[in-house]
Design a protein around this ligand. Sequence first.
Ligand code: AMP
Length: 443
Amino acid sequence: MALVSGLIAFMALIICRKRQEEYFELHCGYSKAFQDSDEEKMHYQNGHVSFPEARFYIDPHTYEDPCQAVHEFAREIEASRIKIEKIIGSGEFGEVCYGRMRLPGKRDVPVALKTLKVGYTEKQRRDFLSEASIMAQFDHPNVIRLEGVVTRSKPVMIITEYMENGSLDSFLRRHDGQFTIIQLVGILRGIASGMTYLSDLGYVHRDLAARNILVNSNLVCKVSDFGLSRVLEDDPDAAYTTTGGKIPIRWTAPEAIAYRKFSSSSDVWSYGVVMWEVMSYGERPYWNLTNRDVIKSVEEGYRLPAPMGCPAALHTLMLDCWQKERSERPRFCQIVTVLDKLIRNPENLKSMDTLCSPLMNRSIPDFTTCRSVNDWLDTIKMGRYKSHFASGGYHTLGHVMSMNQHDIQKLGVTLMGHQKKIMTSVQVMRAQVLNQSVPSVHV
Ligand code: AMP
């Protein structure tokens, strides 16, 4: 009897657990595999969390001692396992270096090492390590991965995977015009996927911008920069607002600027600006407008125009991210779906027709004011081809206006993106000079 009732109790337990798993799979939208690994991690992370529904990001500042959080979430690595090779950048708290890490029984891997400069205060140490406590909670291919921390010897370090191509904004500027639209959409898709993951965890980034995305050698983009104080101290693009906070104005949603309402929806607004940065190969959003003018223009309903050669479908998505009403903006998972559809049906990326939303005047420069071929090339940021045009015998704008795509190729402009940029502006200039309506392309 005891054996039979024991067996029944055991089976009941198994059935209950299975039901519970199915429930969470259905209601949380997570796959089983995802749940299992998460559950395991949560047990490891803080012994008292036992259900996957509790899979939310934990703010290390909720710990009495945030240094305790870092040891709970991140693994300590012995300094002897790290070899620093060169300095690659500078962060808020000290230098960022490239190095190699060798763990027992594994081959050495390239890593990025963020160091805490000597003479730090206790608060700086805490703020520095809080980024590691945050990063350690994430595990996604489009979010920078933490390898561990060095806290028991000096310099104190945060060790992350190494991203060969550095930050996305400078990477795009170095490769202006060199990617296909599909490659650019792939970049955007990766960032949206990383942000879907973070927003599902309840993490609000607040400083999503191309400068805070890192690119590896396979062109995979990963969201980075998770320090708690970073928006306040670290970001050179952050400015003080009338409400006293320091905010990267050009990337931030109006409600976050006005009354600090930061949310995943305000991250979506910033994502729209990142889309614009990507499609314009690292152009500065709102160009040289002052922060005050940016706030005013956006408030009045003006929005950034489609960068030159940007498919209308992508600009429409940007405009959706910049809806004034935050509840009307898409969610990150919806953005991923839209981008996936575009990747599957690239013919939808062919249309360049602009939309009827109020766009900023800057969208089409007035080429009739250009005084020379060189002046015009500078205006469209193609100054590097001045000698090509000169040696091809194109000394006047009149002559340039007669060019076709083949002529541009013959000059030795090999990059498709650059050919398109030049050809589009030739067409626009022609229309402006003839006083016709400008073709539906924004420059
Ligand atoms: P941060 O303090 O995170 O803004 O880093 C400063 C700079 O260091 C960045 O702009 C990058 O150029 C570089 N950097 C930071 N993390 C990495 C990484 N994981 N891989 C490669 N470069 C990095």
